[in-house]
Design a protein around this ligand. Structure first.
Ligand SMILES: [Zn+2]
Length: 191
């Protein structure tokens, strides 16, 4: 048994792992998300942010979410989530949006819209509404951040997303990678 040597090895390994983890966290891309609330969601929307963050955190993407009272961007590269209900939905011509569509994304404007009344109809219980709203926001952000309007057969980007499943629907590995690459590239270009 070579106690001293194995002790040294352990220390080296520990130092290396600390070093690696420090680098890894530098590579976690961040996105600023401004939520603009034109809805009656209230605390439901505040609570829904945790579901959105959780889904992206498990994909290695950090969301920095703030709430704004109007659509003037405070940060030029922020993405915006506009949550609408009642009259505000009417102003966005919800009558022209096919039934069952809970939200949509506008790539050029870097903005997504979510119809809270419709999300609320999908989930009867208040807790269910929090999770459902979070997942709809996460799904629309998935389109915006990946630059893709298509859907996958599984995970967060399904066309018919499960708003009630026990576990949060994840971004698939290639979707997460695409979003991380795009964000890191944007960060590199901004420097
Ligand atoms: Zn979609």
């Amino acid at each position: 048994m070579t106690r001293g040597r194995s002790g040294l090895m352990a220390t080296l390994a520990l130092m290396l792992s600390i070093d690696f983890s420090a680098h890894a966290s530098d590579d976690v891309p961040e996105v600023h998300v401004e939520i603009i609330d034109y809805s009656s969601a209230g605390w439901t929307l505040l609570a829904a942010r945790a579901e959105v963050k959780k889904i992206y955190e498990s994909a290695g993407i950090r969301l920095l979410i703030t709430t704004a009272s109007n659509s003037v961007r405070t940060l030029p590269n922020a993405v915006q989530v506009v949550v609408l209900s009642g009259r505000a939905s009417g102003r966005m011509r919800i009558d022209r949006v096919p039934p069952g569509v809970l939200g949509y994304s506008v790539f050029e404007a870097r903005r997504v819209y979510v119809f809270y009344d419709r999300v609320g109809n999908e989930a009867a219980r208040p807790n269910g509404r929090v999770v459902a709203l979070g997942r709809v926001i996460a799904h629309e952000l998935g389109h915006l951040l990946s630059g893709r309007s298509g859907h996958s057969v599984d995970g967060l980007m399904q066309a018919k997303l499960d708003l009630h499943s026990r576990f949060s629907p994840p971004l698939l590995a290639e979707q997460a990678q695409l979003i991380r690459d795009r964000l890191l590239e944007a960060r590199r270009l901004a420097r």
